[in-house]
Design a protein around this ligand. Sequence first.
Ligand SMILES: Cc1ncc(C[n+]2csc(CCOP(=O)(O)OP(=O)(O)O)c2C)c(N)n1
Ligand SMILES: [Mg+2]
Length: 805
Amino acid sequence: MSNSKISKSTDQKINTEEILKDYQIACESRQASLIGRKEVFMGKAKFGIFGDGKELAQLAMAKNFQNGDFRSGYYRDQTFMFAIGQLSIQEYFAQLYAHTDVNAEPASAGRLMNGHFATRMLDEAGEYTDLTKSKNSSSDVSPTAAQMPRLLGLAFASKLFRENKELHQKEFNKYSIKGNEVAFGTIGNASTSEGMFYETINAGGVLQVPMLVSVWDDHYGISVPQEFHTTKGSISEVLAGFQRTKDKKGYEILVVNGWDYEALNETYRKAAKISREEHVPTLIHVTELTQPQGHSTSGSHERYKSKERLTWEAEHDCLVKFKSYILDKKYASEEQLNKIEEAAKKTAREAKEAAWKAFINDIKDEQKEALQLLSNFQENADAKSEIEQIIKDLKAVMNPLRLDAVKAVKKALRLERKNDTDAKKKLVNWLNAIVDQSHDRFSSHLYSESENAAISIKAVPVEYDNDAKKVDGREVLQACFDAALQRDPRVFAFGEDVGKIGDVNQAFAGLQEKFGELRVMDTGIRECTILGQGIGAALRGLRPIAEIQYLDYLLYGIQILSDDLASLQYRTKGGQKAPLIIRTRGHRLEGVWHSGSPMGMILHSIRGIHVLVPRNMTQAAGFYNTMLQSDDPALIIECLNGYRLKESMPKNIGDFKVPLGQPEIIREGSDVTIVTYGSMCRVTMDAANQLEELGISCEIIDVQTLLPFDLDHQIVESVKKTNRVIFADEDVPGGASAYMMQKVVEEQQAFKYLDSQPLTISAKAHRPAYGSDGDYFSKPNPEEILEKIYGMMHESNPQKFPELY
Ligand SMILES: Cc1ncc(C[n+]2csc(CCOP(=O)(O)OP(=O)(O)O)c2C)c(N)n1
Ligand SMILES: [Mg+2]
C-alpha cells in the first residue's frame, strides 16, 4: 500500500446527511474566505489569508479527529477548525478584525493575524481543563514549518502516556487516556523545504509516535512553483525511504487528491487508525489542491500563474468537484445544493456582520466617552477652536480604532498644557484608564499570571547537616534530578547522551537504570526538535527537562524558542502554557564552539522564557526545584567548568528553592559594585581578592537570573553605598553587560548615585580562541578586571591610586 493513491473503498458507508453537512460546512468556509478578502480590501482589516481550495481534505481530517487529539497546523486550516466545532464563523471574523476581547476571539484575543488557530486549554486560574474531553489545537505561529517541532512533542506525549504505567493514575486522567490521542499536523507543500520539517519527520520515525502529517500541496509557495521547492516535485516521493516495511519501522505514507471526497475519507480513516492504534507516524500527501483566491490579500495570483494553470485550478476546485460528485451519485439534487450554497452565504454574511458590530461597538463606546469628555474640556479651554476641530476630525473617522481617540485626546491635552481644570482631570483619568486597559489588551501574559508563576514560587532555604559531605558539583545535580524523578512521574529528561551515560557531565548518571528509558532518555542530534519535543509534551501536561548539550548549540533551537515557546502564553493570552525546562551548560570550556556565552542574543530573543544563570550546581538545583513547581518555561544555564568543583551536599536537596529575580551579594565591599553572574562570579572574586591587596574593596553581586532581573531593585542599594558600578560577563561587548547596565542605571536610576562612569567588562567581540592562552586573551580575565577597576579608582583619586604600569 506504500506511497500509492488510495482507491475508493466500497465498504465505506456513505451517509447522505453527513455528506450534505460536509457540503454545508465547505460552502460556509468558502464564503468566509471570499468575504474575508473583501473585508480587507474595504479597509476593515489589515491582512487576510484564507483556506479556500483546501476544504475537502480538512473535512476528512476532522472526521477522524477525536476528543483528546491535538492539532499543530498553519493558516489554511479554517475548514478543519469549523468542522471540529472549535471555531465559529463569527470568531473567525473577530480575529480578522483583531477584536481584543478573548470571548469574541478565543484563539489569541486579537493578538494574531487571521488564520492563526488555537483552542483554550486552561481555565481562569491557568490550570489545565480536561484535555481528553475536548478537541485541542495548539496555537499557530506564522514562520513556515515552525509548527512541526511542537507536533513531535504533542505526539510523543501520547507515547509516554501509553507506555509509562505510572501515568495511568487517576490524577493524570485529564491529560490523556492511555496515549490514545493522535497529533495531527498540517503543512504547506513549499514549507516542507524547511530543515525543521525533515528533522521532525526523521525524529517521528525514530520515536514511532502517533503523528499524522498532512501536506496540503497546491503546487505553490506564494508565487514560487513546486519545481523550486522539492526534489522530483513530490514530497511523498522524496520521503519514500521513510515508508515502513515488513521488517523495518517507519512511516505509512499515503497520497490522495484533494478534490476526491471518498478517497480522502478513506485515506484519513486508514491513517488515523494506524497512528492511533499502532502508534506509527503517518503522512498524507494531499495533491492537486488549489488556491481560488491566490496566496493572500497581498497580491493576485494572476501575476504568476499561467492561464492554463488558472483554468486547471477552476476545474479542480474541490468544491466544484464535490458538487458534481454529489450530483453524479444522486445524493442530492442541484436545487438542494443551490439552497445549501445560498444559506451558507447568508450564514457567513450574518456572522461577519455580528463580528464587526461587536468589534466596532466596543471601540465606538470608548470613542463616545472621549468625545463627551473632549466636548466638556473645550468649553473652558483657551484653544477652544483647535479642540473643536479635533472633535470634528475624530467624529469623521469612518471605522475608528482605539488609537484615534487616544491621539485626539493627547493632542487636545498638549494644547491646554498650561491650564488646569476639572474637565482636564477627567480627560487625563480617561486616558490613564485606556493606557491601563491597553496593557491588558496588548501586553499581558508574557509570562504566566497564575498562582504558579515562577516569580511567585517562594524561596525555601537550603539546609545542610553539620557533617555535610563535600561532593563534585555534578553529584548535587544528580541528587536533585533523582528526587524530581521520584516525586513526579510527569517529569522526564532527554537529550543527546542524557540516557545511557547520564549526560556528558554525568548529572543523570545511573538515573536511566533507576527510572527506566521512558524517564531518562537519549535522543538524536537534533536540537530544534529536542526543544519541540519538550514544547509539545509540556503543552499536554508533562514536565519535560530538555537538554541542549552545549550553550553554543542552542542557536540551532533559538528560533523555535523565540517564535513558539516564548510567545505561547502571550499569543494565546493565557489560553495555553508549556512549562518546559531547557537545561544547558556554557560560558567556559574550550574554543570557538564550546565556550560561548551569547547571552545578549538569548535575552533579546526569548522574552517570555525565564533565563537563569546559576553560579554553581547548588544554585542550579534550587532553580530546578523552583521551576518544576511553576508553570512558566525556563532556560537554565549551568557553568561548564563547575561540575567537578566541590560543593556541600544539601540535606533538603529535593525541596529547597532559589527564588527568581533575587540577586545575592557574594562578597561585601565598599568602593565598587561588580554586577555579574555564572562563571564570572569566580573570576571577579579572584580579581576582587587581588584588589583588596591594593586597598580597593569590591562588592560582588550575583544577579542569578537575567530574566527576570533583580525584581526588588536590590542592586541600586549597593550602588548607593559604593557609588561605582561595573557590569561584567563573558558575552560580546554591548551584549548582556549592556542589558544589565540598562536595568540598573536607567531602570533602577543608579545614575543618581554614581561618582564614576558606569563600565562594562566583557569578552572580545570574536569567539574565544582555543587553548588556555586563547581563553585568557579572549575572555575577561582577573588581571584585566583588576586593571579596569583600579583604573576607575585611579581616575577618582590618582594620589591614592597611582597608575599601575
Ligand atoms: C520562515 C518563513 N519564511 C517565509 C515566510 C513567508 N511565507 C508565508 S507563507 C509562504 C508560502 C508557504 O507556502 P506553502 O507552504 O506551500 O503553503 P501555502 O500558503 O501554499 O498553503 C511564505 C514564503 C514565512 N511565513 N516564514
Ligand atoms: Mg503551497
